[in-house]
Design a protein around this ligand. Structure first.
Ligand code: A2P
Length: 318
């Protein structure tokens, strides 16, 4: 069984989960099924990845053939930017539950701390962008993060989700949400790896009782994290792989890691990182690698100019 961390609301979360973004169409269902057979008990999904239906067929198979019981699986999904209005929050959550073939989520996150115009559900290639037909981004100024959070809280009350949290929040936004939350967010899911350790953010979030979940924990294959000399030397020292060093470091400092892989060998390799333990000097050597590098720069993914308010570097990097 993978190690679990306690969440502040009393629920527990496996310290390693499978990332599901950017798997090729037609591939993800088999990958999720294989991962669960290998021992994965935590899967990180999102409506905007537009593969929840495929993942749902994998959940249906492993739950109905007895590979795993629902209470032993931890499933996360995320509310997309176009569904921040309270009436859309509940619709979006129900759409995700239907797609995943589940009757509750273990964790539901606000995906980004801003709202775009509603463009319908389910999300598809045309509706996820929140744009009008001029192609301009359309922020929805008619709904606040506080109203969206209250709707997230009501999902807990209705039993549709067990825990709620946020993603891509900066420190200012975390301080803001705890000032009005009836149920505090249990996690902030952000990009964290040895070339972007987010040390200050992590320290401050933990003071608020919020645990960090690390996405792109291997630098998404684009930043050279796995080729870093220190990481490579530590891999030799521990007879481990560079990926295992990166994952073990994050888990050991208390962060949930969400590595994505579609290869059975790498799925297994990543899961086995949960049993690796680094000594304190080596933890500190990795802490020193921080260069605030981002693999997930939203300008690369969003098909229109992203306004400054969404890109303030202190919001993304601290
Ligand atoms: P693949 O899916 O072919 O295994 P991140 O989780 O940081 O976003 O990184 C995902 C990228 O890293 C993917 O390209 C994935 O490719 C690759 N990857 C996943 N696990 C490993 C591993 N153990 N060693 C090397 N590369 C990996």
């Amino acid at each position: 069984q993978p190690l679990v961390f306690d969440l502040p609301d009393g629920n527990r979360i496996p310290c390693l989960g499978l990332g599901t973004w950017k798997a090729e169409p037609g591939q993800i269902s088999g990958v999720v099924e294989q991962a669960i057979e290998l021992g994965y008990r935590h899967v990180d999904c999102a409506a905007v990845y537009m593969n929840e239906k495929e993942i749902g067929t994998a959940f249906h198979r492993v739950l109905s053939n007895g590979t795993v019981k629902r209470e032993d699986l931890f499933v996360t999904s995320k509310l997309w930017n176009t569904c921040h209005r309270p009436e859309h929050v509940v619709q979006a959550c129900k759409q995700t539950l239907a797609d995943l073939q589940l009757d509750y989520l273990d964790l539901y996150l606000i995906h980004w701390p801003f709202a775009w115009e509603y463009c319908g559900l389910p999300l598809n290639e045309n509706t996820w962008k929140g744009v009008d037909n001029t192609g301009d981004i359309c922020f929805d100024h008619g709904v606040t993060l506080q109203q969206t959070w209250a709707a997230m809280e009501s999902l807990v009350d209705q039993g549709l989700v067990r825990s709620i949290g946020v993603s891509n929040y900066g420190l200012a936004e975390l301080h803001d949400i705890v000032s009005y939350a009836r149920i505090r967010p249990v996690v902030n899911q952000i990009e964290v790896h040895p070339l972007n350790t987010r040390a200050e953010h992590k320290r401050e979030a933990e003071k608020l009782g919020i645990r960090i979940e690390a996405y792109s924990p291997l630098g998404s294959g684009t930043l050279g994290v796995l080729r870093d000399e220190t990481i490579q030397n530590l891999a030799k020292k521990y007879r481990a792989t560079p990926a295992q060093i990166c994952l073990a470091w994050n888990i050991q400092r208390g962060c949930v890691v969400l590595p994505k892989s579609v290869s059975p060998e790498r799925l297994r390799e990543n899961l086995e990182a949960t049993s690796l333990r680094l000594d304190e000097n080596d933890m500190e050597r990795i802490n020193q690698l921080d260069r605030a590098l981002l693999a997930c720069d939203m300008r690369t993914y969003w098909p229109y100019p992203v306004p400054e308010e969404a890109l303030r570097p202190e919001r993304l990097l601290r």
